[in-house]
Structures are given as C-alpha cells and as structure tokens.
Design a protein around this ligand. Structure first.
Ligand SMILES: [Zn+2]
Length: 126
C-alpha cells in the first residue's frame, strides 16, 4: 500500500488494531501507550487530523461490560461460587481488559477517521 492508495476497510481496521499508520500500514501510529505520534515515520502522514475523543473509551466500556458481566452471570448461574471468588476473578479482568483494548480501539477509530476523511463539524458561516 502506498501513500496515495485508498486503503480498503479491512486494511484500515487491521492497521488500526495493530497501531499502524492507516495510509501506509507500516509506520507507528502511537509514540506512547495512547499518545498519537506527530507523524508517520515511514510515509510522513501528519496525524494532526487524529482526534478520537472519548469514542474509544465508550466502546471499551461497552465491550468490557458485556464480556465481564455476561461471564459473571453465566458463572453465577452454572457454578454459584462464593462472592469473594467473583471479586477475585472479575475485578482484575474488569481492570485489565480495558487496558488491553483501549489502544487498539483508539487505533481503529483514528484509522477510520483517516479513511473517511472525518473531521470536526463547522458552521456554514465559517
Ligand atoms: Zn505511514
């Protein structure tokens, strides 16, 4: 994929999940855990357009809640373990799962921003 090719949706999602540049698929999107790099080190794409806002956190909360609460309910119905065991299992999972998912979700949203040329809305008079 070169800088001027329009990436497919699959390429965009794969690049975002891996934290790679949505334009070339090789450069790094992040310079820290969640800090977006100023530009791609391979193709030079300026990440100034990248503004995922609270979107990744919302999706992570929804996905993590579905997994943790669903699994906790299933385990309660099937095995009925003591509450301390629930806390021991689901507490750490509810903390670790968002930490694992957040970077990938942010990468996907930024990659989708790039693919669809999404930007902040402006008033017609501006
Ligand atoms: Zn790039």
């Amino acid at each position: 994929m070169t800088k001027h090719d329009t990436p497919s949706l699959g390429q965009t999602l794969a690049a975002g999940l891996a934290g790679r540049c949505p334009a070339c698929g090789r450069g790094k999107m992040f310079s820290g855990y969640l800090t977006v790099a100023p530009r791609c080190t391979v193709c030079g794409l300026d990440y100034g357009f990248a503004e995922a806002g609270d979107g990744p956190a919302v999706f992570v909360i929804l996905v993590t809640g579905f997994i943790v609460v669903g699994a906790a309910l299933l385990v309660e119905v099937v095995y009925a373990p003591p509450y301390w065991l629930h806390a021991l299992i689901w507490g750490p999972l509810a903390i670790l799962l968002p930490l694992l998912l957040l970077r990938s979700f942010k990468g996907v949203l930024i990659a989708l921003q790039y693919k669809h040329k999404a930007q902040e809305g402006q008033l017609a008079s501006e």
